[in-house]
Every structure is written in structure tokens, then in C-alpha cells.
Design a protein around this ligand. Sequence first.
Ligand SMILES: NC(=O)c1ccc[n+]([C@@H]2O[C@H](COP(=O)([O-])OP(=O)(O)OC[C@H]3O[C@@H](n4cnc5c(N)ncnc54)[C@H](OP(=O)(O)O)[C@@H]3O)[C@@H](O)[C@H]2O)c1
Length: 273
Amino acid sequence: MNYITLNNHVRIPQLGLGVYKVLNEEVSDVVSHALKVGYRSIDTAQFYENEEGVGEALKRSEIPREDLFITTKVWNSHHGYDKTLQAFEQSLKKLDLDYLDLYLIHWPTPMYDKYVDTYKALEQLYKDGRVKAIGVSNFHIEHLERLFDECEITPVLNQVECHPYLQQKELKAFCSKHNIYMESWSPLARGGMLEDETIQKIANKYNKTPAQIVLRWHIQENSIVIPKSVTPSRIRENFQVFDFELSEEDMEVITKLDRGERTGRDPNKMDMI
Ligand SMILES: NC(=O)c1ccc[n+]([C@@H]2O[C@H](COP(=O)([O-])OP(=O)(O)OC[C@H]3O[C@@H](n4cnc5c(N)ncnc54)[C@H](OP(=O)(O)O)[C@@H]3O)[C@@H](O)[C@H]2O)c1
């Protein structure tokens, strides 16, 4: 496993398991399997309603707490300073943890204009030692710029939709200039990338699966990546991406697949609360 050192010196595994849309009843077995395979980073959210099941699996595993990296996110309905602090306590309780590794604002929802106050609550939690690192998700450049103007602490990362069809190059360059890592959500475009003929050809050439090629591309792009699967064989397959390297030419071929195509919502249009 590769580790990335974030701007506050905290280390995060470069590859973790995402558990969006995994039911609370099934998530515990899914996470337990991933931990057995070697995953140490789990990405959940208040919105996923499966933090309890994630917590059960962590407890069952008996892996030392300091070896785990647990991320959760405050949902749009809990923006604002006080509501965010409450949401944090609820998440921590459900996860049955004493502290979080990473707490994110799930979406900026700029139409409600509360993400600055929300971020100030994250800063307080960080200063109080309740969370090892704070960051954002689905933030455009203009949202990050506002945090720079009105807040104190630079987010460690921005978790955004990213895969070969949506590479977010301008945002990535901006983040990189400000020492903010990009974390790719829907790194496989929810499975859509795996049907791509170019990816399939490269997979044949390396004797790897399309998912492994796409995940390896993210790793070599120096992004943090959190593929989701509930299928034991795929959870293992997605983890086996550190024993080969894509050539510069093949990286370039994949980079040319960019077509600005989202599978999810544009953050400026996400108004769900
Ligand atoms: N911050 C945000 O707003 C946000 C938004 C979306 C997602 N996320 C995070 O990012 C994580 C990943 O994104 P995602 O779940 O949307 O999509 P994804 O990881 O790109 O794709 C998941 C889909 O691909 C399938 N899959 C996974 N590995 C595979 C393999 N090796 N071969 C074939 N199919 C495979 C899965 O099927 P099975 O599960 O059936 O195996 C599932 O249908 C989420 O779980 C969540 O933690 C964050």
C-alpha cells in the first residue's frame, strides 16, 4: 500500500474502500472483508446511513485504531456551525470511535451559503483534536477561494468525481498549487469506465482487469482513490494495483479519454438537503 502525506503531515492510504449505497445491514461484512484483504481506509458519510455497520466491522477487526483511516462527511442538511458540530458527534457515536481521521463537507451547496460556517466548525473540531484532518468534497475553485479568504486552515484534500472521462485538470492544478490533494470519487465512473475499449485493450496488454488499469491510472496521477464494491473478488482485485506500472505512453493514452463527462451532479446544482 502506498501512503500519501497530507499538508498537515497526516498520512492517508492512497487507496481506500468507498461504501456509498452499501446498506447498513451488509456494510459490516463488506468492510470486514476489505480489512482482511488489507484495506485500512474507509470512506463513509452521514448521508450513507451505514456508519454504524462500518463501526461494527472496525471493532470486530481488532486492528489497532492508529492503523485505520476513517473518513466521514457532514451532509447538506447539517450545514451551519452548530448543526455541523452536532452531526459530527452523531457520526462519531455511530462509528463508535473516539476521533475521526478525516471529516469532510460533503457538498458546498452554494445556494444556501453556509459552507464557510460549516468549515469553521470543522476547524474547531480539528483544533480540539477530535479529528486528525479536515477537508472538503465537491468544491469548485471559487468555493475553495472563499475558504482561503474567510477561514484559517487549508483543507487537506478535495474529494471530487474523477475518472478518465472527467479528469478535472484545472481543479487539480489549482489544488496542487495550494497543497490540497485530490481524492477521486466514482473512480470507475460507477463501472462505466470498464466498458471502454481503450481501457480493455490496455488491460489485455498488461494482463490486468479494466478496473485495475483505471485504478492504477489514478494512483500514477498521484490521486487518492476510493473504489466501491460489495463483491469480495472485486474488493480484492481493486486492491491489487501496486505490483505493476503503466508506461508513460499508456498513461498518456488514458489521459486523452477526458471528455468532461459527469456521472453525478454538478456541485453548483446540487441543492438536496
Ligand atoms: N463525495 C461525494 O459526493 C461522493 C459521491 C459518490 C461517491 N463517493 C465515494 O466514492 C466511492 C466510490 O464511488 P462510487 O461508488 O460512486 O463508484 P465506483 O467506485 O466508480 O464504482 C462502483 C461500481 O463499480 C462496480 N465495481 C467495482 N469494482 C469493480 C470491478 N473490479 N469490476 C467490475 N465492477 C466493479 C461496483 O459493483 P459491486 O459493488 O456490485 O461490486 C459498483 O457498481 C463511494 O462509495 C463513496 O465512498 C463520494
